[in-house]
Design a protein around this ligand. Structure first.
Ligand SMILES: Cc1cc2nc3c(=O)[nH]c(=O)nc-3n(C[C@H](O)[C@H](O)[C@H](O)COP(=O)(O)OP(=O)(O)OC[C@H]3O[C@@H](n4cnc5c(N)ncnc54)[C@H](O)[C@@H]3O)c2cc1C
Length: 501
């Protein structure tokens, strides 16, 4: 039994485990992939952290303005005002930030933004993930990599651990813990095209949703306009700031300072060449908009507490309201680090004060469910449903939405659930059964997609990145957050209780 268990080995999960350990808790981390292969490693540009108090105030104001009036002021202020401290802590952990002399350098992360982001060339995410992982290993935090959480253990309304499946062996077992921090990343693979890695399967929001926790802000989904065609690689908006131009669906460096681009974006140039064969310094690279950021997640307080005692969430699967209705470049990493640290500390304090009955009985049920899935057909039909879901969401719950499109998406999601119930892993193999993983991920993606479409249907206005063609204007009467819970009659969407009057 651990005091606290983190699900997810990205930047948020690693930061949470370190915070819990520093608070004296016995902390462990469980992740579907090796932490150093988490999606966080793809972050190119940087983490907002203005040096001056004035800069931090300006960041808070811009964050709130971008969020279109629905972000809780206390969350925005606490994250922005603490940003520079969070970066100093990362620096002390050994993050190799670029420097001007002895001072951590700051750069723009968007063409029109202030130079306020700390960065490591164009591999900030890789450098931070490796630094935090090294710290976690050094602190003696047990890391169970290639273990997939398949359900949360909730006894008498308290979260007491998870049941997880080991990818290498097919073993299913309970991990008992006095508190759990979900840091399992986003649900971007519910859309196609997207910039997501395979593991952005929405498992964090889905596990919480199934266990009875509320989700929030699920209608807000942000596209990246500069994604390498067919390749999921999001190109930095800074390329445009450095003089690159969009022409007929391609990005071209005409007029750009190529020497500056070569020195600031060496890894980007390498990846574009490797993935598409285009030498961006010479030729145009075709780009397209792709789903990049889901702004909602498990409904949590500023300390990461969900609606289930003992269950916390951080990073991209958490919805503390920081982004509001639209996120600001450089703020995603910032809130992942900030929310990881605060959820880890809060979970450690909770874990120290409570006990737990264990997840043995639930593990037996999950074992049976896995055995049954191993004997059902799968593979191609599961992949086809997953592809169809992603196209459906892009078409009907993407950059523009309407009641008709969202209603038909919800109907199809419901029938896809019934079709999935007839399917399974497509093979009885116990070791590295990726058919089983695909099947489980499809279930999570369907749950996340349902919560997103239902929330988007409920918000009858356009706000931030949520654009309704049938309600094109922002409505001041709807300047509140929506939360969604699972019920026997389908998703129940209502005004967030903190704001309901
Ligand atoms: C190309 C790109 C560039 C970006 N650039 C920036 C930037 O410059 N600045 C910025 O602020 N933000 C940026 N972002 C956003 C930022 O990357 C994310 O918001 C942040 O990294 C999310 O971290 P996380 O720890 O929440 O999730 P992740 O890094 O996705 O980690 C999730 C972890 O959970 C694990 N997991 C998932 N499901 C399960 C399960 N069921 N059981 C166990 N483990 C599970 C995964 O294996 C992984 O270890 C960028 C994103 C992309 C794609």
């Amino acid at each position: 039994m651990y005091d606290m268990l983190v699900v997810g080995g990205g930047i948020a999960g690693l930061r949470a485990a370190l915070a819990a350990k520093a608070a004296g808790a016995s902390a462990a981390l469980l992740a579907q992939s090796h932490p150093a292969r988490s999606y966080s490693v793809t972050v190119q540009d940087g983490i907002n952290a203005p040096e001056s108090a004035e800069g931090r105030r300006a960041l808070a104001q811009e964050t709130a303005a971008k969020g279109a009036g629905i972000s809780p002021a206390a969350v925005v202020e606490s994250v922005c005002y603490d940003a520079a401290n969070l970066v100093v802590e990362l620096d002390r952990f050994g993050a190799p930030f670029n420097r001007n002399g002895s001072v951590i350098a700051r750069a723009r992360v968007s063409p029109d933004g202030a130079p306020r982001a700390a960065y490591v060339n164009d591999i900030t995410g890789l450098a931070l993930t490796q630094t935090l992982y090294e710290q976690a290993v050094g602190a003696g935090i047990p890391v169970y990599d290639e273990w997939i959480a398949v359900s949360l253990v909730v006894n008498d309304g308290q979260c007491e651990g998870v049941v997880a499946l080991q990818l290498a062996t097919g073993l299913v077992q309970a991990f008992d813990a006095k508190a759990v921090v979900l840091a399992a990343g986003g649900a971007r693979r519910a859309y196609e095209p997207s910039t997501a890695s395979l593991h952005c399967s929405g498992s964090g929001v889905a596990l919480a949703y199934r266990a009875g926790a509320a989700l929030v802000d699920m209608e807000f989904a942000q596209y990246c306009p500069l994604t390498l065609q067919g390749r999921r690689l999001a190109l930095s908006p800074l390329l445009l700031g450095a003089g690159a131009a969009m022409e007929n669906g391609s990005v071209r460096l005409n007029g750009a300072d190529k020497a500056e681009i070569e020195s600031r974006f060496p890894d980007t140039l390498h990846r574009v060449k490797a993935l598409s064969g285009v030498d961006l310094l010479q030729d145009a690279a075709p780009v397209q908009p792709a789903m990049h950021r889901l702004l909602g997640g498990v409904d949590v307080t500023a300390q990461g507490e969900s609606s289930i005692p003992g269950l916390y969430a951080a990073g991209e699967c958490a919805g503390n309201g920081f982004h509001g209705a639209e996120g600001l470049d450089g703020n995603f990493l910032l809130v992942s680090v900030a929310s990881g640290k605060s959820a880890g500390a809060a979970a450690a304090a909770y874990g120290n004060a409570s006990g737990g009955a264990g997840g043995g009985a639930q593990a037996a049920e999950e074992r049976e469910a896995v055995e049954a899935a191993l004997s059902r057909p799968g593979g191609a039909p599961v992949a086809a449903l997953r592809e169809e879901l992603a196209s459906l969401m892009h078409a009907n719950a993407g950059a523009s939405r309407s009641a008709a499109g969202l209603t038909s998406a919800l109907q199809r999601i419901s029938s896809m659930r019934a079709e999935r119930a007839q399917l399974g892993a497509g093979s009885a193999a116990k070791d590295y059964n990726f058919g089983l993983v695909q099947y489980m991920e499809l279930g999570w993606l369907l749950d996340a997609a349902e919560a997103m479409a239902a929330s988007a249907l409920k918000r009858k206005e356009s706000r931030g990145v949520h654009t309704r063609t049938d309600y094109p204007k922002q409505d001041p009467a709807q300047a509140s957050r929506l939360r969604v819970t699972m019920s026997a009659d389908g998703p129940k969407v209502e005004k967030h209780p903190a704001e309901a009057s």
